[in-house]
Write a new protein. Structure first.
Length: 248
């Protein structure tokens, strides 16, 4: 599959959803939106399980020993989670979103201009600051497939319908933000795939799979896990593989 296809599909669903939202307005029942979100949460669990199975890859076991892969994933989540919580990544992302929204959607200009900017900022933050954006784009670039971005595309499409019903065409403009952010992350993943050996990529993929479990639990409204605080685990996993493999 061509790297970047996930972002192109994501952009298409945002534009389609925004168009439907502008045309239909607030006519999608809340119950329907909840059912769709639950279904997407279950599919996220399936994708998460598939990614997490990378911990069983033979190449990773050969590099670090048969008993080490699980411990590496555990260590990555613990170290990454501690680092992320100390850095307050989840809180900083939310604070940045609030600051940006305040800065760009102040009471300046016409009502329509304010509405457009409000829709653009709100949708851009929703579509580009979540864990699926980072995990999906990196995996797309690494050559692991665009399944996560396809899932995100469906989520964003329904969200675009809801937001566009209230904010109008500013939501559609957020597709530009999706192109820039996800395209950059996909390119980074593509370059990273040429640098990291397969065992390191397996550990990164397995760790990312567990982060997706956190996303699924949030979609299913079971528990609001601060997934952003756990994102440093993606950097820790390859480092731990390198350290352990050098002593085996």
């Amino acid at each position: 599959m061509i790297a970047g296809i996930g972002t192109l599909v994501n952009v298409a669903t945002v534009l389609l959803g925004a168009t439907i939202g502008v045309l239909l307005g607030n006519r999608l029942p809340v119950r329907t939106r909840d059912v769709v979100t639950d279904a997407l949460g279950l599919v996220t669990l399936l994708i998460a399980a598939t990614s997490a199975m990378a911990v069983l890859d033979d190449g990773l076991a050969d590099a670090v020993g048969s008993s080490a892969p699980m411990l590496i994933v555990l260590g990555s989540l613990l170290i990454g989670g501690i680092a992320g919580s100390l850095l307050r990544l989840e809180q900083r992302v939310e604070s940045f979103g609030g600051w940006l929204q305040t800065r760009l959607s102040g009471d300046h200009g016409t009502v329509e201009r304010h509405r457009f900017i409000e829709g653009f900022v709100t949708a851009s933050l929703l579509f580009c600051t979540g864990p699926l954006t980072i995990l999906g784009s990196l995996n797309d670039g690494l050559g692991n497939g665009a399944d996560q971005l396809f899932l995100k595309s469906v989520l964003d499409g329904f969200a675009a319908i809801a937001f566009a019903a209230s904010f109008g065409w500013g939501v559609a403009a957020s597709a530009l933000t999706v192109v820039v952010i996800q395209g950059s992350l996909t390119l980074f993943g593509f370059l990273l795939g040429d640098v990291l050996p397969d065992p390191h990529l397996s550990a990164l993929t397995a760790t990312g799979g567990l982060l997706l479990v956190g996303v699924a639990l949030r979609l299913l409204r079971i528990r609001e896990i601060p997934v952003a605080d756990l994102l440093p685990a993606l950097l820790v996993a390859p480092v731990l593989v390198e350290i352990v493999s050098s002593y085996t």
